[in-house]
Design a protein around this ligand. Structure first.
Ligand code: DCP
Ligand code: MG
Length: 453
């Protein structure tokens, strides 16, 4: 009889782990905030993004009234305008939404210290050990939903399960205002009938491979022979099989364990144009530096990742003279690491990462600060928070085809699960995919010191 010493008990003879993990996701977040603040918009189709049905750009959020017309996030505003002529189009008020986001995260932290924000409007919580305070996780979930309604007048959907993966799938199932509890031991049965698109962490590329085998539901995937998955997905195969039955060992982390941050961009068309490569590195470095600043840490090491048209991938990393959270030094280092490698290569993917993170306060003791540059950067962060990412963009980025990193910069750790040695672009969750269309960039924060494995 074997029982795990730590964490979840997995052996068959043991009692299944309790469902203590919650995934909380606000409903139609940006649109709901606008409807909250302007009662005349309640019950009407509200579309946030651009502020004008004829504007360029995409929909950030659509109220559920607008979704009836087929309007969705990441859809061009003009398409939304055509689908929903009576829609109310509003600009993105990034500062307001991030302030509300912070309020919501604070409410969540009132229920458990183990809160892992995933994006501006969603977080994982682990309620283990809070039962005497909040009762079983189901009760806690209800209390959290009412607290959010009472304190910030918004509605949230919650999934409760034994793993982050299943909780995430569960919260999406009955939106808006949903509460879905998946009892321990029923994870595989819960997932089986759902379309494979719902399986968090399985990207479009993997799905394309799986469709060759007629996989439409998560249950179809669970039924595939293990050796086939290994043949087609390598190291990722076993993890894919595990995810199909709801197994996900990743703990709810409060971000303290984040050891590196990275941003990646896959080009629509592979490029050998050094101008484009340099600009892309700048956009990526800006994203990485923004995330470092948001978490109050500096990086000692910069890493790059480079993939060519033949999918050959290389990583290089080098230590900085002094740790930084500024775009410029990260970009310079990234450029110097990439330059010698690209000769004639058609680049498919570029990544910039930062690791060996240290607390900013710790560093300030050593006086390793460039005051002027810091003040400029902090001013631009403030503007970014007030007006959204696009308000401030370096001249070099202006004519770039690469969008500025999405305004989640100031949020913590947007994270996509990693599946083994995953084929490229395989980590897109629904949320990350949607945003990646907006930003053209994927981001992650990892608990490893090697941003690119
Ligand atoms: N967002 C964005 N661009 C995207 C996707 C999302 O700007 N392509 C922003 C607007 C959303 C917020 O992030 O309101 C949260 O994203 P969600 O995916 O959680 O979408 P919603 O909260 O709007 O709707 P749902 O009720 O489906 O969660
Ligand atoms: Mg949401």
């Amino acid at each position: 009889m074997h029982r795990a010493h730590h964490g979840r008990v997995t052996s068959a003879d043991a009692k299944p782990a309790a469902a203590t993990i919650l995934h909380v996701d606000l409903d139609a977040f940006f649109a709901a905030v606008e409807q909250r603040d302007r009662p005349e918009l309640r019950g009407r189709p509200v579309i946030v993004g651009g502020g004008d049905r004829n504007a360029r750009g995409v929909v950030s959020a659509a109220s559920y009234e607008a979704r009836v017309f087929g309007v969705r996030s990441a859809m061009p505003l003009r398409t939304a305008g055509a689908l929903c002529p009576q829609g109310v189009f509003l600009p993105v008020d990034g500062a307001k939404y991030s302030a509300v986001s912070r309020q919501v995260m604070a409410i969540l932290r009132g229920f458990t210290p183990l809160v892992e924000p995933v994006s501006i409007d969603e977080a994982f919580l682990d309620m283990a050990g809070t039962e005497t305070l909040h009762g079983p996780a189901e009760e806690a979930a209800k209390a959290i939903k009412s607290a959010i309604r009472l304190e910030v007048a918004l509605s949230a959907s919650v999934g409760v399960a034994t793993t982050k993966l299943v909780a995430k799938v569960a919260s999406e199932l009955r939106k808006p205002d949903g509460l879905v509890i998946v009892q321990p031991g029923t994870e595989a049965a819960f997932l089986a009938p759902l379309p494979i698109e719902r399986l968090w962490g399985v990207g479009a590329r993997s799905r394309a491979v799986l469709s060759e085998y007629g996989v439409r539901t998560i249950g179809d995937l669970a039924a595939l022979p293990a050796d086939l998955l290994v043949r087609r997905f390598g190291n990722g195969g076993p993890q894919l099989a595990a995810r199909a039955v709801g197994i996900d060992p990743s703990p709810v982390g409060d971000g303290a364990a984040t050891k590196s941050v990275s941003h990646e961009h896959t080009f629509d068309v592979d490029t050998a144009d050094w101008e484009v490569i340099e600009r892309t590195l700048l956009a990526l470095s800006e994203g990485v530096a923004g995330r470092l600043r948001a978490s109050g840490v500096k990086a000692g090491t910069v890493a790059i990742r480079l993939r060519d048209s033949d999918f050959v991938t290389i990583s290089r990393q080098r230590t900085l003279k002094r740790p930084t959270d500024l775009t410029e030094p990260i970009w310079r280092m990234a450029v110097s690491l990439v330059r010698p490698e690209v000769r004639g290569m058609r680049v498919r993917l570029l990544g910039v990462g930062a690791s060996h993170l240290t607390d900013r306060e710790q560093l300030a003791l050593f006086g390793a600060e460039d005051g002027r540059q810091r003040r400029a950067v902090e001013a631009s962060d403030a503007i970014r928070e007030r007006f959204g990412t696009r308000a401030i963009t370096r001249a070099r980025l202006l004519d770039s085809s690469v969008a500025a990193p999405f305004e989640r910069d100031f949020q913590k750790a947007p994270d996509a699960p990693r599946i083994g040695s995953r084929p490229p672009a395989d980590r897109d969750t629904r949320a990350v995919t949607a945003r990646a269309q907006d930003a053209g960039i994927e981001a992650e924060a990892l608990d490893t010191e090697h941003p690119f494995d």
